[in-house]
Design a protein around this ligand. Sequence first.
Ligand SMILES: [Zn+2]
Length: 499
Amino acid sequence: MSLFIANAQVITMDGESGSTPVTASIRIQDGVIAALGPDVRPEPGDVEIDGRDRLVAPGLVNAHTHSWETLFKGRFDNLPLELWMLFSYPILGNTRVDPDLVTLRSTLFAAESLKAGVTTVIDDVLETPDQDFDQLDAVVDAYDVAGIRANVSGHIINKPFVDTLPFVGELLESSLLDDVRAMPVPTTADYLDFSAEAFGRYRGRGGGRISYMVAPSGPQRCTDDLLTGATELAVAHGAECHIHVLETKTQAVTGPEFYGTTLVKHLDRIGALSANTTFAHGIWVTDEDIELIARAGVSVSHNPISNLKLGSGVLPWRQYLDAGVNLGLGSDGGSSSDSPRMLDVVKAAGLLHKISGPDYESWPTVQEVLHAATLGGARSGMLQDAVGSLEVGKRADLVIYDLKTLAFTPRNSLEKQLVYSENGGSIDYVIVDGEIVVDHGSLTTVDEEALIEEFAERRPQLQSWHDELEQLNQAFVPAFTQMHHRAQAQDIGFTRYLR
Ligand SMILES: [Zn+2]
């Protein structure tokens, strides 16, 4: 199929015009942007979309999310990460999600993302207690059918969960501790074999839209040989290595407790930093950590809404950019932020750092925020040559916004209104790899009504599953609460909370 978008306002995010709209027409052929400019003409057979009163912008890249949490949307509030994880990633009970529910879950997540203008998801697929190919196949198949672009992991924790946190070994009653430590954890060899197979298995899926990435959960949650082995595998495949690093103060305390240094220095010391690496969160970093991150070319995915919801702290936005670190933006999972709507994340990123101090010249600009939401995220996923900006030769992932809407009225500044006024309600078309996946605001690839109906039918069953898991895992709450307070009371020499 070939498409022609005539005479639109276009935010290209390329090196020339950046986030400043230009008037242009766009030709798309075989999934690629074949031509873009003021004098581009249609060719016979092109399906034409009138670009007048419309804004075309690159599809949004969600640089950090977990589709698993889609099933937990809206269940929790006012819990810090470590306590929230007890319920959103339960340790005890039957947590395995069957492939048919994984399909449903992934389809819901893809559908909600696409309708919100998100064309790429970097989905750190975390199944508990562990992941198998039946489950990951279900994710990949669902994304293939939905027409979204995705990096999917391979997430792994290869230590007993209670041993990934400070003080829990002392605080948890011994029988519970023994039970959890007796649960099997995958070995480094298991994971690297799984990942090597996954790279081959998913290469080229969805016409090349889908890629596998490795995702050791975090430096405190994985053994050193796993962290270095996963990094080497990612580099060998030109793929992303996705790691959670320093999301909370508790994790900042963990570094000195476990390794006698910061978690970033530990990763550096063992050779687990690379230009293929993305840190999810990266909040509780020191100045020296930021230098190491910049030097290694590590990207950081900033997840402001999740960080606000879980009270994790505020990422040092300006320090990262001043050091030359590439930033992406992510929603994080469907429970820590309750929505994959990236335009909310874009707005939050634009706003949050303005209260970090009165030096208004250092506050995030619209150009910076939109760059992080598009090209920055694409770079973090090793997809920068394919997507993230509208340029001839790149894959055609774009969103067409109707400008005859309340959000864009009066029409003052399209780029500022895109960041601060628009919530996705103006989205007319979403195009991924040259295919129209949202047409006049409706999904073309997913039967939305049937999806909602299927979830409604399963609601009693899902509800009792949730209730049972939440009740079982209450057993950890007293020890984890004490752990949280003890970690928070430690003086680590700096803070990422606003006071
Ligand atoms: Zn995460």
